[in-house]
Write a protein that binds this ligand. Sequence first.
Ligand code: ZN
Length: 136
Amino acid sequence: MNITHIEHIGIAVKNLEESIAYYENVLGFKCYAVEEVKEQKVKTAFFMVGQTKLELLESTDPEGPIGKFLEKKGEGVHHLAFAAQNLEGALSEMDEKGVTLIDKTPRKGAEGLSIAFLHPKSTHGVLTELCEDKNK
Ligand code: ZN
């Protein structure tokens, strides 16, 4: 397992525009990208905080993962994403160690990253994403 840093923190929000205004006007960060990820039924907004990003997630469909999360838990921290090298290898290592994988193979996430989620029931309650930037 080769995790290098926290790539981003995913935060579920009800309204992307209002949330961006908070992060920009109150915290002073600059939103550098807004992107819809259709497969995930979300619209995302990104901020850079040091080398870690914040990923705001607004649901585009109440039946999508963020829609359901908002319904159940309301706004708040949704997942933690680690930057991993050799994502396929990391996933099979996780699998061997008994971690429940939501994604058995990497799929495409925002910003062109390869991503995979680990189930919070085997990560002590934290929905965990591993991501790899293959363009680097
Ligand atoms: Zn994420």
